[in-house]
Design a protein around this ligand. Structure first.
Ligand code: AMP
Length: 543
């Protein structure tokens, strides 16, 4: 027997329509790409909805049909937000591309995705111009600006976004699509091999937004002022543009400026209450406010993930009254899988057990199932000690990569293989030991690079630390710490050994350290361990 409830599809357009109806006057604030240091652009959910409808008419005029991929190379701005709603809402696929990738990769992705329309910010006009010859399939280029700001020498016909919007009617009825229709397309960062496309649906996006908004997830409400620092070109800024519309929160969009001073100004001036980002970004903010009396305004929560958040960072923010929500996820998971929120029994834990739990990545959102598998794909116990390959199932997890054969990257019974190595404890908290390719294998045993980094990051002289495996004649591999020091400090090998002593097994203690000027990061802000491993592959161990 079927239930007798309405079959209203879960659609992205319903999020913006709701934000307009219930929170129409709520501010949407954005830095302007034309003048990032200048006055902010101020609009509302009602205006975003109105302009999205105009843009939807413009897309139809350009010949964009349902299912067509519409690419964006853009910062977090109000215009990118309008594209999110106009493109997906009208039934096309919003295909965000990371402009920090190499140009060959961008071209490859556009080809693989079959995109025929590209919207780009003026700061990426040079990249777009060079794509013209490389990707002939693209029919339309649109710069996200007024006509007066268009470059003179663009090698193809170029539209101005504002012309497109203004020349079309705001009367547009969002189509009643199937909720399983494709809505967005993101590519994995492709650190090994070519990037792979993850094709989100309206249903997966809306369910992910509902789950992320919950009190034990990000906990977002209509009283929040939310600033996505995670780029809208990286897994939809972890869903915040959708979560904000769902909850009626205000949005502050930082545009092209992600440095500590610029973020600090927005946080204080705009009363930001919640933000998100990778640890590196927050390192910049902490450095900027170190020793300053000025606080962090109304900021109360930071969702930090993308790579492991060092406990020392959680402490630094806690001292300033900001709660860090450690989160784990990946492009294939829309991206959020777990968030570290306390459970009722936290009140009964002693301080050590509380710290151990807090430093884990977190527990699954409702809708996410996790398991860890051994080398034969047999499930391992959730005892907090056994570690194995983390696999996941969820309505917002990938089922098959775009344009790839089914089964690639999945277990025989359909769980997605994350490529991460993890433990799960009896309370359900998952802890990432490492990305499988980053674990350090010493004398046949595994050493967690993340744990070594977490420990050394707490040393007062250390700004940032990365642990990598370096070949060793006796033990196959041994850990080497690549370290960036705070200005005016030093760190000797003996001091490092003393710092680790008693915190990890003796054989885990890194053999050596290399002081470097900067840790290399990938296009998505993670520590680029492959580059570090290449750099130190010939490292001479001390005798
Ligand atoms: P991406 O698809 O680019 O978002 O990368 C996903 C990968 O980032 C995951 O598979 C993890 O290896 C890593 N990652 C994400 N969040 C965390 C976290 N909180 N701690 C450790 N690693 C993380």
């Amino acid at each position: 027997m079927l239930g007798l409830m309405m079959q209203t599809p879960l659609l992205i357009s319903s999020l913006i329509a709701h934000a307009d109806r219930q929170h129409g006057d709520t501010p949407i604030v954005s830095r302007r790409v034309e003048d990032p240091q200048g006055p902010l652009h101020r609009t509302t959910w009602r205006e975003v909805h109105r302009r999205s409808r105009q843009l939807a008419n413009a897309l139809a005029h350009l010949g964009v049909n349902r299912g067509d991929r519409v690419a964006t190379l853009a910062w977090n701005t109000h215009r990118h937000l309008e594209l999110y709603y106009a493109v997906s809402g009208s039934g096309a696929v919003c295909h965000t591309i990371n402009p920090r990738l190499f140009e060959e990769q961008i071209a490859w992705i556009l080809e693989d995705a079959g995109a025929e329309v590209v919207f780009f910010d003026a700061s990426f006009a040079d990249i777009a111009a060079r794509l013209v010859a490389r990707v002939p399939r693209v029919r339309h280029y649109i710069q996200l600006s007024e006509r007066a700001e268009l470059p003179n020498d663009f090698p193809a016909q170029l539209h101005a976004y504002e012309d497109l919007v203004h020349s079309h009617s705001e009367h547009f009825t969002w189509p009643q699509l199937e909720e399983t229709a494709a809505s967005g397309l993101c590519y994995t960062s492709g650190t090994t091999g070519n990037p792979k496309g993850v094709l989100y649906s309206h249903r997966s996006t809306v369910l992910h937004a509902y789950a992320c908004a919950l009190p034990d997830s990000f906990g977002v409400s209509a009283r929040d002022v939310v600033m996505p620092v995670v780029p809208m070109y990286h897994v939809n800024a972890w869903g915040l543009p959708y979560i904000a519309a769902l909850t009626g929160a205000s949005l502050v969009l930082p545009g092209p400026l992600q440095d500590g001073p610029a973020l600090h100004r927005l946080i204080v001036d705009e009363g930001v209450t919640l933000s998100n980002g990778v640890p590196t970004v927050w390192l910049g903010l902490l450095q900027h406010i170190a020793g300053k009396s000025e606080g962090l305004g109304r900021l109360r929560k930071l969702v930090i993930g993308g790579s492991a958040c060092p406990p020392s960072m959680m402490d630094a923010f806690a001292q300033r009254g900001v709660e860090v929500l450690h989160a784990w996820g990946m492009t294939e998971l829309s991206p959020i899988g777990v968030v570290n929120a306390p459970k009722a029994d936290n009140a009964t834990l002693d301080p050590t057990a509380t710290a151990v739990r807090r430093n884990k990545q977190g527990r699954p959102l409702p809708g996410v199932e996790l398991a860890i598998l051994d080398e034969d794909d047999s499930p391992l116990p959730h005892d907090g000690a056994s570690f194995g390959e983390l696999v996941v199932r969820s309505p917002w997890a990938v089922r098959q990569y775009f344009g790839r054969a089914p089964g690639d990257g999945f277990t025989a019974d359909g769980w997605f293989r994350t490529g991460d190595v993890a433990t799960i404890d009896p309370a359900g908290y998952m802890q990432i030991t490492d990305r499988a390719k980053d674990v350090i294998k010493s004398g046949g045993e595994w050493i967690s690079s993340i744990e070594l980094e977490n420990i050394l990051s707490a040393h007062p002289a250390v700004l940032e630390a990365a642990a990598i495996a370096v070949p060793h004649p006796k033990w196959d591999e041994r850990p080497l710490m690549a370290v960036v020091l705070k200005p005016g400090t030093t760190l000797e090998r003996n001091e490092m050994h003393a710092h680790f002593s008693g915190k990890v097994a003796r054989w885990w203690i890194p053999e050596d350290l290399a002081i470097i000027a900067a840790i290399p990061h990938t296009a998505t802000g993670k520590i680029d361990k492959r580059r570090l491993r290449d750099q130190f592959s010939e490292h001479r161990w001390p005798t």
